[in-house]
Write a protein that binds this ligand. Structure first.
Ligand SMILES: Nc1nc2c(c(=O)[nH]1)N[C@H]1C(S)=C(S)[C@@H](COP(=O)(O)O)O[C@H]1N2
Ligand SMILES: [Mo]
Length: 388
């Protein structure tokens, strides 16, 4: 690692550990670091089992965060959620090549050294799995600082031919799919129309929070499409292919497809859409207590549209504007908090976010009728018991 990277990593660790004595940090597994200030305690939600925590990510499996523990802007690499559908392939770093093929002027192959030698940039981005949901207390989520190469640089290097319409991203992981009674081997893949692929925030990420991309998160290279649900961010990326028509694989055309009833012009219709841009969403995840003062914390995710505000409603009280964490950037998650003079007894807490275009996060009852399990962005009321 370069000096710059090491100091960046050190600075992040410092933020993560702020408020804890050095000894306490060393003796505690990092995934349960409570990051509580002196005298501060975590107040349990009454809608959530106390033993909800699952420990850190472990090889091969999925991992969700215990969202009560969200207190840092950057998620620890071992606590950022993990999801994949065909296992976690081991990619040999020496023989690794990223191939760029199809409707391009020059088909290309890059080694990892080639990619590292190109101009690098960094971006903060948070995302969730399209299947994130209240039963998991929205734990399929994370926020990190990513480092890597601009996707547009790679595409410009190869030169997309005029007939190129769609850019397909293939992972090294392969699964067996039954399609019309035929068993076929398919790699995990997602695609973007050329115009979307050329957005200058899209990254081929080599680093996560200042470290080489961890195995769970797509070592050595993944696509990062800021503002999109996790499924867009192809891990273990090995091939980029330009073609003249839409790509329809399982994860574009059959799975991660939302079926909902909505107005299409003046007609109500059932429509299916691929899971792409993150819907406007907020959720309360944490309540802490210091003396008699309580503090409510939550997160916002969306597609990068600027926000107007986040509000919190306690019981049947008025909506009150919460404070947004100033570290938020366009595509990061946005943490918010509000001090609360809580009275003893059971309370219901709910948040809602509004963007600059006036879109307001809907209640569960206001959500469009939806039969698929993807894109769960309704307001999420929480219950908590405050002791006297
Ligand atoms: N190669 C590959 N990339 C993948 C997947 C996969 O199964 N294979 N799963 C996707 C899904 S559904 C999600 S939610 C995110 C999760 O990324 P993370 O594990 O780094 O949080 O990876 C995406 N990228
Ligand atoms: Mo996902």
């Amino acid at each position: 690692m370069t000096e710059e990277k090491i100091s960046r990593r050190a600075a992040m660790k410092k933020t993560m550990n702020a408020g804890l004595a050095a000894g306490a940090v060393a003796s505690m597994p990092h995934w349960i670091l409570p990051a509580l200030a002196q005298g501060e305690t975590l107040v349990p939600f009454s809608d959530m089992p106390e033993d909800f925590s699952r420990g850190p990510a472990s090889p091969g499996g999925t991992h969700f965060m215990d969202t009560r523990q969200i207190s840092d802007f950057y998620s620890d690499n071992m606590d950022f959620y993990v999801v994949q559908h065909y296992g976690q392939p081991q990619v040999d770093l020496n023989s690794y090549r990223l191939k760029v093929t199809g409707l391009v002027e020059n088909e290309k192959e890059y080694t990892l050294a080639d990619l590292r030698a190109m101009s690098q940039f960094q971006i903060d981005a948070g995302f969730e799995c399209g299947g994130n949901r209240s039963a998991l207390y929205h734990g399929l989520i994370g926020n990190a600082n990513w480092g890597g190469v601009r996707l547009a640089d790679i595409l410009n290097d190869a030169g997309i031919k005029p007939a190129g319409e769609e850019v397909v991203f293939f992972g090294a992981d392969i699964g067996s799919e039954l399609i019309r009674e035929t068993e076929v081997e398919q790699a995990f893949a997602r695609s973007l129309p050329v115009a979307d692929a050329m957005r200058d925030v899209n990254m081929l990420a080599l680093e996560m929070n200042g470290e080489n991309l961890p195995q769970f998160h797509g070592r050595p290279l993944r696509l990062l499409v800021p503002g999109y649900y996790g499924v867009a961010n192809v891990k273990w990326l090995t091939q980029i292919h330009v073609q003249d028509r839409r790509y329809m694989g399982r994860f574009m055309g059959r799975d991660y497809v939302t079926l909902k009833r909505e107005m299409i012009g003046d007609q109500e219709r059932w429509v299916e859409n691929s899971v792409t841009k993150i819907q406007l969403k907020s959720s309360i995840v944490r309540v802490t207590r210091m003396g008699n003062q309580h503090k409510i914390t939550g997160f916002v995710l969306n597609d990068g549209t600027p926000l107007r505000n986040v509000e919190i409603k306690i019981d049947n009280g008025p909506w009150q504007v919460a404070n947004l964490d100033p570290r938020a950037t366009q595509y990061s998650w946005k943490l918010f908090s509000m001090d609360w003079n809580a009275s003893a007894g059971e309370h219901t807490l709910v948040s809602r976010v509004t963007d600059v275009n006036g879109n307001v996060q809907l209640t569960e009852e206001q959500m469009p009728e939806k039969v698929s399990r993807w894109e769960n962005y309704a307001q999420f009321p929480r219950t908590i018991v405050i002791s006297g």
